[in-house]
Design a protein around this ligand. Structure first.
Ligand code: PGA
Length: 231
């Protein structure tokens, strides 16, 4: 089984730029999920090049008087099959709590959209501390949830910084996450995210407990993505 590559464009690229990107994009036969801003979803959906369409957020509400929100039903109608939830940037900038994240996951599940739940410690810390932090995020975020989920281990200190954990550290925490998910009866894929790029991918790809990657900055550049997808 190959890796899953989830691309996280964050708040980058206009619809026209995403359209251009998709014209030259090639999954190279990998399982690829492209998570773009809401405004670019249609541009991926109309020409997915065998990639899956992903969103980066969803409302915790079902519908109605929630100005500016986007519902799971709306995402589903556009062909979205995956959605990032609980990214650390949203936990920080939008004060998202584990309880809100849990509601968002429940909404996604109603429309068979697979959540990509992000977990990870904020500061560089001990394995013990990291375990406690991710365990709470998993237990609270996945309360009453069943079925398909993907979990992305993203140590916040590695996101966009160019600093990455050692291979051993990634294996320890992702191994722990797998063990916890098994205990919670999930057969979930676990991704690594945080400054995964063309400089470090060879080493990180050897992690035995990782099923794929959540890629931010490097996903914006087609030439770098090609290197990563070639493996
Ligand atoms: P990065 O972002 O690859 O730019 O570190 C990853 C993410 O935030 O999902």
């Amino acid at each position: 089984m190959g890796f899953i590559y989830a691309l996280n464009f964050k708040m980058n690229k206009t619809p026209s730029q995403i359209n251009e990107y998709m014209k030259s994009f090639d999954t190279l036969k990998n399982e690829v999920i492209i998570c773009v801003p809401f405004t670019g979803i249609y541009e991926v959906a109309k020409n997915p090049k065998s990639a899956k369409v992903g969103a980066q957020n969803v409302s915790e509400f079902e519908k109605g008087a929630h100005t500016g929100e986007i519902s799971a039903e709306m995402l589903s109608d556009l062909g979205v099959e995956y959605c990032i939830v609980g990214h650390s940037e949203r936990r920080k900038d939008n004060h998202e709590t584990d309880e809100m994240i849990n509601l968002k996951i429940a909404r996604l599940k109603e429309y068979n959209i697979t959540p990509i739940l992000c977990v990870g410690e904020t500061e560089q810390t001990t394995f013990e501390n990291a375990k406690n932090i991710v365990k709470k995020q998993l237990v609270d975020g996945l309360k009453n949830v069943t079925g398909n989920v993907i979990v992305a281990y993203e140590p916040v200190w590695a996101i966009g910084t160019g600093v990455v954990p050692t291979k051993e550290q990634i294996e320890q925490v992702t191994g722990f996450i797998k063990q916890e998910l098994n205990a919670m009866n999930f057969n979930a894929k676990v991704l690594y995210g945080g400054s995964y790029n063309a400089k470090n991918y060879k080493e990180i790809n050897t992690c035995k407990t990782v099923d794929g990657f959540l890629i931010g900055g490097a996903s914006l550049k087609l030439d770098e993505m090609k290197i990563l997808l070639e493996g």
